[in-house]
Design a binder for this molecule. Sequence first.
Ligand code: HEC
Ligand code: HEC
Length: 295
Amino acid sequence: MDDRFNTIAGWTLFGGIVALGLSSLSAHYFLADKEHRPEQMGYAIEGVEEEGGAAAADLPLPNLLAAGDVKAGEAIFAKCKACHTAEQGGANGIGPNLYGVVGEAAAAGRGGYAFSDALKAKGGNWDFANLDAWLKNPKAYADGTKMSFAGLPKAQDRANVILYLNSLGTNLPLPAPVAAPAAGAAPAAVAVVGDAAKGEATFAKCKACHTIDQGGANGIGPNLWAVAGEKVAGDRGGYAFSDALKAKGGVWDDATLDAWLLGPAKFAAGTKMTFAGLPDAQQRADVIAYLNTKK
Ligand code: HEC
Ligand code: HEC
């Protein structure tokens, strides 16, 4: 049992080392000067800020550090162990021992480790920002470095490893997180980006009562051509709106449509629109994006 476990562990370790070697080799030959990212980061809508995955990756480093996790960083450090020890007094290997490296002068001391001229020339201290840039892409940071490691493309991974390094005999105070929305950013209410094509599919639910093409007939509900931006319960070819919706007033901007589609009866108690609503915020955003194309 033990033997078999050791054999499996041995091969797993060996596999890991081979994979690491291959990834750093291939990184060396194919990715050395390229940004390791897809050409296009998802799908953008004109005039709308990107949200979700891409934006999360671009959070400022102080925020990523604040949200980070030392344990997760320790797990990622497994990738570094092929070349680095981390414990106090650990031996230098292919790379230097890293105990207490955060805040220290770069390429200095480390028990006489022979640093490359490239990293020595770079100088500076290993503060959080420099570590982040280094771990993102060592070769971009110090062209000619001996650290043949492709880098950690995920910003949160880097922040986690930095927190782990900081826990090793340094514990520098973390920088304060940056307040989230920069001046001039989209209002917080526009939290979800809609997809008009998906919205058209969801609109199938509305078709029981609504037409949407220009000049389409009123049915149980009014024709919805160019409803986005129009007056609530305005003139829809003489459609007889409920007093409840007429009393509401205002215009169908995105936020108003969102509240309406979340719960028509809640938005205008007594409305004739006997539709439960769309509880899913993404579906509402999609439908609203679709309504905005129909004008
Ligand atoms: C393939 C081997 C290898 C891997 C994997 C590797 N490193 Fe390195 N690292 C090195 C070498 C070699 C150097 C010395 C670089 C030089 O002198 O140009 C170094 C230098 C460093 C330094 C600078 C130390 C100082 O005192 O200036 C830091 C910090 C560092 N590595 C962190 C990491 C972290 C964190 C990881 C994992 C995410 C990692 N390294 C993965 C080989 C590696
Ligand atoms: C069961 C029928 C029914 C369904 C299904 C339905 N509606 Fe309605 N809708 C109505 C009725 C009836 C009204 C008029 C409400 C009133 O006067 O109180 C209305 C009104 C509206 C209005 C206001 C129009 C204006 O000019 O003020 C919008 C916008 C709207 N619906 C969008 C939708 C969307 C989008 C869906 C699908 C997600 C949907 N509706 C599903 C029946 C329906």
